[in-house]
Design a protein around this ligand. Structure first.
Ligand code: AMP
Ligand code: MN
Ligand code: MN
Length: 339
């Protein structure tokens, strides 16, 4: 089942539409879709007179903070630190979060909530809510949020539209990926019609970086390796962002999410990977992209991660070499899909 049923829609709208107090969460290390979907719904509900609180958990060893890329977003004042997030929210909504562990330090709030509504589009979603509004074909979680607003009769103001547009631009890679349907463009048109500065949003997301990042990109991309025999001959390219790279350039893990978008352009390989070593632990975050012939979301589930066919990830705890071995083994037996 790929689209939510009428019953799931009805349950979600009853929970969200009926809540005077509502608590919102998105995944650790939030991206534009996670933050944008959450803040878009949050801003709309607040404008409708509800009491709204939002946050995201932290993974081990991290500190709380909105990635600087998204500091332009309106309605950021809805966010509270994880320590200030309600212990037992009456109604909780999670965004863009395919499994409980992706809520990090706030995972326990789902079981503690009266009602938990999961709004998501990950193919690997584990349906951990009391209500699950999951559409695997949605280009972004924000597409579901826009539909929630429409069905509740809440207006798209610029304050609501800017986060939703941010989410849409992020998850479609600027309207390039396969999930970019005519209705995605129609939604984008409605969002732009509210008067948002869409050019500045796109520039902030795709075309703004520090000089330190540009230099780091040179370092890590120059080390990119190719294994043409990986994935049953489809090929793998990969590089590593080591803790020393981050230290040398004064950057954090949140600053290097875009490295995979450069590595994946190498046409010699079907699959691209970036291994991001966490400072002071053996934890490695692995970002993966495919050109479609390998379903990376399915591949990552047994590795403890998840995602989509074209973009997925997992976290490994035995260092980079071990993570690379695990990835290679999984790729060796992954089915090849028609593209
Ligand atoms: P990223 O490479 O971090 O941009 O992630 C690509 C996709 O994979 C996103 O849809 C993430 O939600 C998903 N993903 C990344 N890391 C993990 C993980 N450790 N567990 C589950 N899903 C992940
Ligand atoms: Mn996300
Ligand atoms: Mn998403």
């Amino acid at each position: 089942m790929r689209a939510p049923s009428a019953q799931e829609w009805s349950d979600a709208l009853t929970a969200i539409g009926g809540a005077d107090d509502i608590a919102l969460l998105c995944h650790v290390g939030p991206d534009g879709d996670a933050l944008g979907s959450m803040l878009g719904l949050g801003a709309a509900l607040r404008a409708n007179g509800r009491s709204v609180v939002a946050s995201f958990g932290i993974a081990d060893g991290e500190t709380f903070g909105v990635p600087s890329t998204y500091s332009f977003l309106p309605a950021l004042d809805i966010l509270v630190e994880p320590a200030d997030f309600p212990a037992e929210p009456e109604v909780l909504v999670t965004f863009d979060t395919g499994s409980l562990d992706r809520l990090g330090s706030l995972s326990d709030r789902v079981a503690a909530a009266g009602t938990s509504v999961v709004v998501d589009h990950h193919a690997t979603n584990t349906r951990y809510g009391t209500v699950n509004l999951v559409d695997v074909d949605a280009a972004a979680t924000a597409v579901l949020v826009a539909e929630i607003l429409d069905r509740l009769g809440l207006p798209l103001t610029a304050e609501v539209a800017a986060p939703l547009y941010t989410a849409l631009v992020t998850d479609t890679g600027s309207f390039k990926y396969v999930a970019t349907t005519p209705s995605v463009h129609e939604l984008a048109a409605r969002l732009i019609a509210t008067g948002i500065e869409h050019d500045l949003i796109s520039r902030a997301i795709w075309d703004t970086a520090s000089l330190a990042y540009v230099r780091l990109l040179g370092d890590v991309c120059s080390r990119t390796e190719l294994d043409p025999g990986a994935a049953g001959g489809l090929g793998l390219v990969w590089t590593t962002v080591r803790p020393e790279d981050l230290q040398r350039h004064g950057l954090t893990l949140a600053d290097v999410e875009g490295v995979i978008d450069v590595v994946r352009t190498a046409q010699e390989a079907e699959v691209a990977a970036v291994f991001k070593g966490e400072p002071e632990t053996d934890s490695v975050r692995v970002s993966l992209r495919s050109k479609g012939a390998v379903d990376l979301g399915a591949l990552c589930v047994p590795l403890g991660g998840g995602g989509h066919r074209y973009a997925a990830g997992f976290t490994s705890h035995g260092g980079v070499e071990d993570a690379l071995d695990r990835l290679r083994s999984a790729l060796a037996t992954a089915p090849h899909l028609p593209t």
